[in-house]
Write a protein that binds this ligand. Sequence first.
Ligand SMILES: Cc1ncc(COP(=O)(O)O)c(C=O)c1O
Length: 497
Amino acid sequence: MQLSEEQGQSGHTGLMSTVAGARLSARNLVGLVGELDPARPVYEALAAKIRLLIVDGRIPVGTRLPSERELAAHTRRSRTTIVACYQALRDAGCLVSRQGSGSRVVLPRAGQGDAADRRTIDFARAVPPPVEGLRDILAQVGNRMVEALDGPGFDLLGNRGLRDAIAERYADRGLPTTPDQIMVTMGGQHAISLIAHTLLRRADIALVEAPTYPHAYDALQRAGARLITTPVTTAGWDVDHLIETMAAARPTLAYLVPDFQNPTGASMPPDSRGRVADAARRSGTILVIDETTADLNIDRSWEDGPFARHARRSRSDGSGVITVGSMSKSIWGGLRLGWIRADTATIRHLALARAAGDLGTPQMEQLLGEEIVRSMPELLLRRRELLTEHRAVLTRLLDQHLPQWTVPFPEGGLSLWVQLDKPASSALTSLCEARGLALVAGPKFSIDGAFERHIRLPFTSPVAELERGVSMLAETWEQIAVLGTARPEISRLPGVV
Ligand SMILES: Cc1ncc(COP(=O)(O)O)c(C=O)c1O
């Protein structure tokens, strides 16, 4: 079922150009919404779609929606339908309306809204369980926790013991590093955000992969960057495109995930790394290399060590490569432990800027982190066992139940970047959400609404949930095939957004 006749005629596809606080026109909202679930009343199906876009972040919190009158006129639906839709969004805690200032998007409270209550399976987040062996380390370190009480309690760079351990691990992997080149952060996302807000100025150009990890481009945009993209697929990067784009646009910063990239799972071969590092040096671009997923090797035959090994010292302030690390995927996300590795001048600069936002990473976690880094080889073997099994289960299930999809077999990482046989990722996500299966639609991984033909499926859930989740996917895809609720694929890829 189409929301508006106009959309059907023009094939208009909504672009994700909405910025928090901005006003979303009826035309753009209709473009983002796409097809509606024909099995539900229009007002309810429309509210479900808008809610999904809000929860997904494609309509940012603070955005002003078009007036009910404008949306009714644009969609040629009755005013009563749109009023009921907005009321449903208010009831779900997604919208507040005030006389004179319109309806603004707010973040729904946890547990609010229809599907949230029924949600049982989470294919939206690639969150693996705590690595096997973490409990033992926790028990061992428990007694040492009191040591934390002897110190001042917090500092901007992080505990010396943990920074030593992280630096030694880099050195062991072929990249000599001193502890003053490390800052401990509260996870990888904190690191990316701090780097973006410290090193970028409004309207600077930042290059990102398409598709990429969404909260990274979010952080860069919030820091004021104008984004440009370079493509990456499950087969890897178009390195010539990446190098030519850097030479032509001279971005201030390029954010890359060269190992088991999220969401494609691709790894950049060693010779390409050298070429990219050289190109960045020539264009004066700071490479922000996110190695959050770098320890998730399953069966990649080569190991090249940290990307920064390819950087040559050429800038007065250091190598020009900033590395982000995290324990969230390899060990456990609940630790909220990450770090930044850079030249000492950059680390000092980041430390000065950090105080405006937070004053340091909690001590207890850092003590635990020190033990974890020292036990890393053993813990990563355990992580690899789990990923090997779960990747096999998910690929087998998809092969059985959805043979029409193109399913990659990544050499590592946590998820499959699956190609659908028709461009209906948002429709699939929306219908699955109503059944209690949380997904993130392909377009969430792009800055412009592309990738309707893709869906990211993490293999991190327990096996029983993978089984139930794939049956739900298959049933829902069948429903889409019968009812034809696909929306047109977005093919435009603007250079600068
Ligand atoms: C590539 C990448 N970087 C960073 C993060 C954020 O990591 P953290 O949980 O350590 O903040 C994620 C999480 O999904 C990720 O996939």
